[in-house]
Design a protein around this ligand. Structure first.
Ligand SMILES: [Fe+2]
Ligand SMILES: [Fe+2]
Length: 172
């Protein structure tokens, strides 16, 4: 906790970097949950909303890489489109995006208990989703051509993925 973000090591694989992103987003979610519990003044709500926006931005970029490259290549090589594991994960992405948008829409007006409940439900879904993806990444990564692998790594680097925008963490 409280350490500055580390650059992506040269030997980091796509899988390890994606798994690290899961943990970073989980930590952001933990901070957000705590921030909600301590909201009293209007500025607390504005600050926690900025945290939610940061989480949303990071998670959207993460899911875009899965949908647009990792899962797509798995599907095109395995032929498992509608009934395969990635189809389920893609559907869950839609649910996760929808839940985040709902949270954002209600953030300014909902009670602390409602926000906490909705965040907890989102967290349970997200954690379950990630555990299944952690297993899929190795398979997906092995199917990438050298060019696709380089592209994925460059996207991860350019997004500062190993610590997306988690660098604004307050000292604890
Ligand atoms: Fe995902
Ligand atoms: Fe993921």
């Amino acid at each position: 906790m409280g350490q500055p973000p580390k650059p992506v090591p040269a030997e980091a694989t796509i899988s390890s970097t994606m798994i690290e992103q899961h943990h970073l987003i989980e930590r952001l979610l933990g901070r957000l949950t705590q921030a909600v519990l301590h909201m009293t003044a209007p500025e607390d709500r504005a600050a926690s909303r900025r945290l939610l926006l940061r989480l949303r931005k990071n998670l959207y970029a993460h899911m875009d890489l899965e949908d647009g490259l990792l899962f797509r290549e798995f599907e095109s090589q395995s032929g498992l489109l509608e009934e395969g594991p990635t189809a389920t994960l893609r559907r869950e992405h839609e649910v996760l995006r929808g839940r985040l948008d709902e949270l954002l829409a209600e953030w300014k007006t909902a009670s602390v208990s409602a926000l906490s409940r909705h965040l907890a439900a989102f967290g349970a879904l997200y954690t379950d989703h990630c555990r299944r993806e952690d297993v899929m990444y190795g398979i997906c990564e092995r199917l990438l051509s050298p060019e696709q692998s380089a592209k994925a790594k460059s996207l991860l680097q350019s997004r500062g993925s190993s610590a997306p925008t988690d660098s604004k963490r307050k000292p604890s």
